[in-house]
Design a binder for this molecule. Structure first.
Ligand code: DAH
Length: 331
């Protein structure tokens, strides 16, 4: 009798056993009265004493191996069949629902305010020609914003737009007044610290018509500022300079933490700067093909991350782009 080939055959049969019945069959086949092992054990008596001892020991080892292999496989099968316990009182798996990124939420709030004032939404390219990023906006050749240290250049003539103001020119080129748009999108500057990321977002407003005055600018931008931060916040217009507007202003809202008394958050001024604006410079209208004698307008630019940081009181802007859900889930 060839013990090795019996063993091999058994192992093959065992690997195919998928039920208790299969295992009973295996037991009969390999250890039952008609099995080779059984008859070999029975005929041990015909051998001489030395052979009997050797053969007997081997056969018994094989028998116990087969027995315990069948038993183990039985254990595995029964744990698969009825061993899995389900506790119906356990809470179920939570399915997380995604939600809008805080930057998108701020944009949507601004769009709503804009739409309520009759503005429609426009877009412009992120890869832009020098003409639209700088030249047509009346930005002098030696202006620091044009520096290689500030703007990402693809070539001398092509850059990643440093602001959404490019869209003003592009829109005015193709549309006649009255114009009333808000443009939005990604902007790029070589800046990286707790309050700056190289890619950030802006919202640009442009209104051009005849008889547009600085009062219109004040009214519209007060509505925007209080729409974002609440009607209880005061709004202040502070003289400033931008090449593409004249006169220009920066707009502040009173600090929400101290109510304007002055605290660490507003650097003890009582005010938080939220956007830049002004009356569109006549050169900008001319560069876009609009008659600056007949039409006037105002424009404004808002940094979305800046608004998000002020509104949500976060002190590290970079967190908005790390995509750590523990941070983003809070908004
Ligand atoms: N483009 C300016 C910036 O990125 C923001 C700005 C200021 C836009 C005044 C305007 C404006 O349209 O009138 O800092």
């Amino acid at each position: 009798m060839d013990i090795q080939s019996i063993k091999k055959q058994f192992e093959e049969d065992l690997s195919k056993a998928v039920s208790k019945d299969d295992l009973v069959g295996l037991k009969v086949k390999y250890l039952g009265k008609k099995s080779e092992i059984y008859s070999a054990l029975r005929s041990l008596g015909d051998l001489n004493p030395d052979e009997r001892r050797a053969q007997g020991a081997e056969l018994n080892r094989l028998r116990t191996e087969i027995e315990s292999a069948i038993k183990d496989r039985g254990g595995e099968l029964s744990s698969g069949e009825k061993g899995v316990k389900v506790d119906f009182t356990e809470p179920g798996k939570k399915f997380e629902l995604g939600h809008k990124h805080p930057i998108t939420q701020i944009y949507e709030e601004l769009f709503e305010i804009g739409k309520s004032l009759g503005f429609s939404i426009a877009e412009g390219p992120e890869i832009e020609a020098d003409w639209y990023s700088f030249e047509a906006l009346n930005i002098p050749k030696d202006h620091p914003a044009r520096d290689f240290a500030d703007t990402f250049y693809i070539s001398e003539e092509v850059n990643l737009r440093p602001h959404t103001s490019n869209t003003q020119i592009r829109y005015m080129e193709r549309h006649k007044p009255p114009i009333r748009i808000i443009a939005y999108g990604r902007t790029y500057r070589k800046d990286s610290d707790v309050t700056h990321t190289p890619m950030f977002h802006q919202l640009e407003g442009l209104l051009v018509d005849d008889r547009v005055t600085f009062s219109d600018l004040k009214g519209v931008l007060t509505t925007f500022a209080q729409g974002i931060f609440g009607k209880d916040r005061k709004v202040r217009f502070r003289p400033h300079h931008f090449p593409f507007t004249e006169p220009s202003v920066e707009i502040d809202v009173s600090c929400g933490l101290c109510g304007g008394k002055g605290c660490r958050s507003c650097k003890y001024s009582g005010w938080l700067e939220i956007l830049g604006a002004g009356m569109v410079h006549p050169n900008v209208l001319k560069n876009s093909g609009i008659d600056s004698k007949k039409y006037q307008g105002f424009a404004f630019g808002i940094g979305i991350e800046r608004i998000a940081m002020l509104k949500y009181e976060t002190d590290d802007l970079r967190l908005f782009f790390d995509n750590d859900l523990r941070f983003l889930e809070q908004f």
